[in-house]
Design a binder for this molecule. Sequence first.
Ligand code: GLY
Ligand code: MN
Ligand code: MN
Length: 476
Amino acid sequence: MPSHTEALTRIGFAGSKRIRMVDFTSPHDGMRGKRALISPPFTIAEYASRRERLMAAIGPDSVAIVPSASYVQRNSDVDFPFRQESNFFYLTGFDEPDCVLILTPGNSQGETTLLLRPRDVRNEQWTGERLGPDRAPQALGVDQALENAAATTRVPRLLDGRAEIHTFLGANKQFESRLFSWIDTLRSKRKQPPARFCQLSETLHELRVVKTELEIEAMQRAADISSEAHIRAMRMCRPGLFEYQLEGEIVRTFFEHGAREPAYPSIVGAGANACVMHYIQNSDQLHDGDLVLIDAGCEFQHYAADITRTFPVNGRFSSRQRDLYQVVLHAQGAAIEAGQPGAKFSDLHDTSFRCLTQGLIDLGILNASFQEAVEKELAKPFTVHGCSHFLGLDVHDVGATKKGTLSRTLCEGMVFTVEPGLYFPPGPTCDGIDDGWKGLGIRIEDDILIEADGNRVLTVACPKEPEAVEATMHGD
Ligand code: GLY
Ligand code: MN
Ligand code: MN
């Protein structure tokens, strides 16, 4: 595992403890200087290899069909920011709306077909350049590209005689009505439409759960930018500021490095707001003597980071805050240590839960033996959530964590979070416990990669030992 200093050096903090900019070659480093519309972030070979692996997994009698996202209207002439559908992006690296990818293994006319929007001078004057079918094969490495209007006549024959359609149903009504119209066309011509629908998640998500080198590089960058954002928020923090001002510093840091989308709405919760898991109002003032919890991470090349840090608004932990913080930090360290190749996904939560339980007993918050407290899950009202989730193109990334009752085995290339927390909201949850704990909420979250013979904390550049947090806040 690299040290804190090594990680700072890697992201351009070398030779100084003071914050310096990450050394990006251009503000558009996210696309490596290429035009975003025309060029996927990774090599064409990377996407071709993903498509080949998926085709091998579904088998030669099947067809896989994956729709892209579409624009979503916010109001009148304004759309929500466009975010590509992650499965489609994983297989193409293509960032335009209203496309469909069709994979037909073994088809001698070409195994990969992309439906996309046509070039359109008038529309492009409003919303920007489109790739168009003529340029798509070379830009994306697909065998053929058809404009959407050609699908009605050309796509049904791609499905003819295939036994199974592997796709996603239930999420995109417009796509489903197109898909069923293609099947109806085949039926009306007395051809052989596929007889079975299969969940594409069962094959595709198994590929997505193990990251390639290029994905790990992008995730490391997302982690580095997000770490820097947290450091800057720590340095800026002082009583009297508002939560949204820290959020602004976080998001500004993301943008500065070409990471223009947070991976999820940033949570900045001071005082008791830290006890609200999805607190995104971020509208309260920061008070001397309180803690503030920040859960924020950027997307870089569509890959997420997910970091939580909790620190004292005034720059010094009180002894009660420090005691509780140490319990969470110890649980997190133990769970990270448990996250080794060959371990079970459930080991992460089990390890952290046992440490948190022991910590609550040691602090006098739980009054029971360790055995009784674990058996009766007495810590659960204060731990609230699970300890880990996979991370990737989605912040809560795909991939089953168990099959039936059996927990998944961790293996090289998996990336997940470790994020234990303890929360004491004012109100009935804390009836009967010492008032001094009420209103405290602490979570510590890092992103972990499983390597061949151990693990790597991608977010190691973000300080979390209480002394390192205080030193960062004081500008050391
Ligand atoms: N930021 C969402 C989570 O930690 O799961
Ligand atoms: Mn998380
Ligand atoms: Mn988080």
